[in-house]
Design a protein around this ligand. Structure first.
Ligand code: G3D
Ligand code: MG
Length: 170
């Protein structure tokens, strides 16, 4: 049987320095690469995932720099099917800020799927388990532990997002 083919857009969200660009680099090429399309202050990279009966092409949008320009963000979020919320667990504020990232994103793409990552799992966490739980309750999603440095959890993170989006597309 022919595979069904889907193309879906996902955005990386989170404060500067949490590891968004490193995660996408790790996932797309497994190491560093320059195979990005650069436009409108974003890098878009592509990854094809085999999900059995479905072939999913993820277009992964990574915002460059730390510009907090609302018009730019709205254009970046529009039409997204999913988002990866990325926090740095060595900097608790970046984890707390994910609530705002999520709210702003959902204004532009209310039906998108959200997956959250507590990145830099190779380093000691500065968050108490209690607080991590509180943030994840407020976000309405569990954190997946990832390290763009060692690769821990990275494949799993994008697969969770890809599978979730595909389930909704069926
Ligand atoms: P951003 O795209 O969210 O702004 P970057 O973040 O991917 O540019 O990463 C910011 C810094 O954090 C980089 O260090 C990067 O190497 C580091 N980093 C990203 N992910 C991890 C991780 O999982 N573990 C560790 N230990 N470091 C990570 P530099 O020094 O280049 O600024
Ligand atoms: Mg970046």
């Amino acid at each position: 049987m022919e595979k069904r083919k889907f193309i879906r857009k996902v955005c990386l969200l989170g404060d500067g320095g949490v590891g968004k660009t490193s995660l996408v680099r790790r996932y797309v090429e497994d190491v560093f690469s320059d195979s990005y399309i650069i436009s409108f202050g974003t890098k878009v990279s592509k990854k094809v995932i085999d999900l059995g009966e479905v072939e999913l092409t993820l277009m992964i949008w990574d915002i460059l720099g730390q510009k907090s320009d609302d018009a730019l963000h709205a254009a970046y979020y529009r039409g997204a099917n999913g988002a990866l919320l990325v926090g740095d667990q060595t900097r608790p504020d970046t984890m707390r800020h994910l609530l705002k990232w999520k709210r702003d994103f959902l204004k532009a793409s209310p039906d998108a799927l959200i997956v959250a990552a507590a990145n830099k799992s190779d380093l000691a966490s500065e968050l108490q388990a209690e607080e991590l739980k509180d943030i994840s309750t407020s976000l309405g999603t569990e954190f997946m532990r990832t390290s763009a440095k060692t690769g821990e959890g990275v494949e799993d993170l994008f697969m969770t997002l890809g599978r979730g989006i595909t389930e909704r597309s069926k």
